[in-house]
Design a protein around this ligand. Structure first.
Ligand code: FAD
Length: 382
């Protein structure tokens, strides 16, 4: 059994941000346990050749399969982090007409586009640039990927964690405190807690949908933004589908691209092969933007509903609105001060957003510091 002071479960943005903050505060006795082979969680991208990839400095050619936008005017903590890390940002391209398919049979029509205010902002290198920059502040040996945390058992002074790797090997960890950087519903339904979480807390976590877990995204990468030459913004709206909402995903200094949210419900997508989805998405882009859309340099579909480390069956129906944040800690009992939720859904202001992962991790760190002080007080000799 390995012993650490703090175990962070989940290596998405919230878990990595918490780890970086611990490093900055001089706390090095921790581990990040991540189930997937790659870090970033819901933040994922492909490069110009269609490979899943991490952002490499100097190569902005990354196309988001997960989040794309942030709003620095009111997401101030995320804005400060982006500035501190020296990441470059730019506004979503929206100049030009939008193409609309208003029914399954009507031909697409051009309508005057509009600019969102405040503008939706993007990062050079995509959201993976943020993951890469945050990760650079963490000692690599403190991050262990390919470790699925299966159970947490709380004793009086510590928590034992059991994880399993892809070969089925089990590891155990003893930590004084656990930061849970896994979405609340996913944690409540896939991790065993002993003793069980207090029932009201478990109910809150279970009823918090994981934001965007029901969604799928299609991305097509091109050599040139040919739609812009026709006075089109790359925006599309469609009642015919399969994509319901399409946007320009081009990256300054790199390739042109379009992306769309697929409107087919998650349960209906289950039986459809990705090659078929890509083919019908390409056909839709041809209808909307012309024949040049038929031959992207590469294209990809990412169905988040099929990701076992993001979605559970209860998420497949989807959520139309961001929910209220559940409590991030038990108010009393064995789990109080030992287990603190820090994934985005626990954020009071930006539950489910990238900015929420930052807010939640920062609030979780504050709660952790006071829990550590409380624990030290209890353990000090009188
Ligand atoms: C298609 C899509 C589009 C989006 N668009 C936007 C957008 O434009 N703007 C915006 O602000 N937000 C957007 N979001 C939401 C944004 O991606 C999330 O809010 C953010 O990435 C959440 O980060 P997180 O670290 O809290 O959670 P996650 O990224 O979900 O990280 C959780 C991590 O825990 C790991 N994990 C799960 N179970 C275990 C286990 N048992 N043991 C160990 N590790 C485990 C997972 O593999 C994952 O790495 C979008 C999301 C999606 C999917």
């Amino acid at each position: 059994m390995k012993k650490v002071r703090i175990a962070i479960v989940g290596g998405g943005l919230s878990g990595l941000h918490a780890a970086r903050l611990l490093e900055l505060q001089g706390v090095h006795d921790y581990v990040v346990l991540e189930s997937r082979d790659m870090l970033g969680g819901r933040i994922a991208s492909i490069d110009g050749s269609g490979l899943s990839s991490h952002y490499l400095a100097g190569n902005p050619g990354q196309f988001d399969l997960g989040p794309t936008w942030f709003w620095p005017d009111y997401q101030r903590q995320l804005h400060r982090l982006v500035e501190e890390l020296g990441l470059e940002r730019f506004a979503q391209f929206e100049s030009g007409d939008t193409v609309v398919e208003s029914s399954a049979t009507a031909p697409p029509v051009r309508v005057r586009g509009y600019m969102n205010a405040p503008a939706s902002m993007r990062l050079i290198g995509g959201m993976n640039a943020l993951v890469t920059a945050v990760r650079a502040g963490i000692e690599p040996e403190r991050i262990i990927t390919g470790q699925v945390v299966r159970s947490l058992r709380s004793e009086k002074d510590f928590v034992d964690l059991t994880s399993v790797d892809s070969a089925g090997r089990t590891s155990t960890w003893r930590a004084e405190h656990v930061l849970l950087a896994v979405p609340p519903r996913l944690a409540a339904q896939t991790i065993g807690f002993e003793p069980p979480l207090p029932a009201p807390l478990a109910d809150e976590w279970n009823s918090t949908a994981t934001w965007m877990a029901a969604h799928a995204k299609y991305v097509a990468v091109y050599d040139t933004p040919f739609w812009r030459e026709q006075g089109l913004s790359g925006e599309g709206r469609s009642r015919r589908g399969p994509m319901v909402e399409i946007h320009d995903a081009s990256m300054p200094g790199s390739s042109a691209a379009l992306f769309g949210f697929i409107g087919v419900p998650a349960h209906a997508r289950k039986t459809v092969d990705d090659d078929v989805t890509r083919a019908v998405c390409r056909a839709q882009l041809v209808r909307l933007f012309g024949p040049q859309a038929a031959a992207p340099r590469t294209d990809a579909v990412k169905d988040w509903a099929r990701e076992p480390f993001t979605a559970v069956p209860a998420d497949l129906a989807g959520e139309a609105h961001h929910g209220a944040a559940p409590s991030n800690m038990a108010s009393s009992g064995r789990w109080h001060g030992r287990l603190i939720g820090i994934a985005s859904e626990w954020s009071p202001q930006f539950s489910g957003y990238v900015a929420g992962a930052i807010e939640s991790a920062e609030l979780g760190l504050k709660a952790l510091m006071s829990a550590m002080t409380e624990t030290a007080g209890r353990e000090a000799p009188t």
